[in-house]
Write a protein that binds this ligand. Structure first.
Ligand SMILES: Cc1cc2nc3c(=O)[nH]c(=O)nc-3n(C[C@H](O)[C@H](O)[C@H](O)COP(=O)(O)O)c2cc1C
Length: 361
């Protein structure tokens, strides 16, 4: 793994290890994958405006998210079925995240129970990503297990009343294999069998509303983040209905294709929240400079999905740790070369739109 020096190298190494079905599930997006590509491209339509002679000799990436310190404003996004890419699965990811000193968000569709992740890596910091099942008892049991296991926040994903049209999965006929073990799905199905991604989303309650969110927020003492916000309107509604913050996200381009890249939504969401909650963003973050741009645009932190998955696929927990560490190093370098001693010093004055490309006939 020593020759893997950036996220793209880990992507390549992971692609070589995974079979076509699993690779398509993890790498793919919805429809024509317009948004999937845009997520990465849009960070690159910003340029940094570094300041010189700032007089710093030390730089810290540590910051606070939801009132608690993390070693860097880079968190691990909820990604389903992690034991598909490496037998260490979510426990390996939790170890990597704990060693990196940041927060892991465990998916509802994890292949390891919340209590098992907590027991295996008690020193780790964790949030729980919630999909609401049609069967309320299943949802309640999951939430209670996460709360009892010391998870610090609930991340309610709101962009998936149905699954997106994931054409790579349709072409490979991808199914979650029987025997992988997805405790939440087994509880909802009442049995264990191979299921498609579409069938899995069919188990979820499609008719959630802001009233549900408000009930959930008043029902639990944990802070709630609403994940999947793509407009100023919904950003404002989220904090007005009791959320402690939002995650600007399009699910890594896997739900509705042709929505905006998250980099292009971030500023309007930050303005709409008006400091009433935390603003996180995910989608297409592949470099420390992408993180610096997100922070300069007003995000409190970013989450990464595929990059850490590629790390896990390429080298288990150690691979995921290496990806987090290389992103931390790149962010620290970007901060220092921008003249900032800490993430909080990055402001909108540190970014400017890149000039539009000139096309010649
Ligand atoms: C394979 C895969 C599975 C995912 N599973 C979930 C999930 O279970 N719950 C969820 O809220 N988001 C899920 N996401 C979306 C991620 O949390 C995150 O929004 C996205 O991956 C960020 O984009 P990035 O992969 O470009 O970093 C998944 C993403 C991928 C790639």
């Amino acid at each position: 793994m020593d020759n893997l020096i950036n996220v793209a190298d880990f992507e390549q190494a992971a692609a070589e290890k995974l079979d076509a079905g699993v690779r398509g599930y993890f790498a793919g997006g919805a429809g024509d994958e317009v948004t999937l590509g845009e997520n990465v491209a849009a960070w690159r339509r910003w340029r940094l405006r570094p300041r010189m002679l700032a007089g710093h000799a030390q730089w810290r990436t540590a910051t606070e998210v939801l009132g608690a310190e993390v070693s860097m404003p880079i968190l691990v996004a909820p990604v389903a079925y992690q034991r598909l890419v490496d037998e260490e699965g979510e426990i390996g990811m939790a170890q990597a995240t704990a060693e990196a000193g940041t927060v892991m968000c465990l998916s509802t569709l994890a292949t390891t129970r919340p209590s098992e992740v907590a027991a295996a890596v008690p020193e780790g910091r964790r949030w729980f990503q919630l999909y609401c099942f049609k069967d309320e008892m299943v949802t309640r049991a999951l939430m209670d297990e996460a709360i009892d296991s010391g998870f610090e926040a609930l991340v309610v994903t709101v962009d998936a009343p149905r699954g997106g049209k994931r054409e790579r999965d349709l072409r490979t006929g991808f199914r979650i294999p029987e025997g992988l073990g997805v405790p939440s799905v087994e509880a909802a199905l009442g049995s264990e069998r191979a299921v498609t991604i579409e069938e899995t989303f069919g188990l979820m309650e499609p008719a959630l509303s802001w009233t549900h969110l408000e009930e959930l927020a008043s029902d639990t003492a944990l802070p709630i983040l609403v994940k999947g916000v793509l407009t100023a309107e919904d950003a404002a509604l989220a904090v007005e209905h009791g959320a402690a913050g939002i995650v600007v996200s399009n699910h890594g381009g896997r739900q509705l294709d042709c929505v905006q890249a998250t980099a292009d939504v971030l500023s309007e969401a930050v303005d709409a929240v008006e400091g009433r909650g935390a603003v996180l963003v995910d989608g297409g973050i592949r470099r420390g400079t992408d993180v610096a741009i997100a922070l300069a645009l007003g995000a409190d932190a970013v989450l990464v999905g595929r990059p850490v998955l590629w790390g896990l696929a390429a080298g288990g927990a150690e691979g995921a740790r290496r990806v987090l560490e290389l992103l931390r190093g790149e962010l620290e370098l970007a901060l220092s070369l921008c003249g900032c001693a800490s993430p909080a010093e990055l402001t909108r004055a540190h970014v400017i739109r890149a000039p539009a490309p000139v096309y010649s006939a």
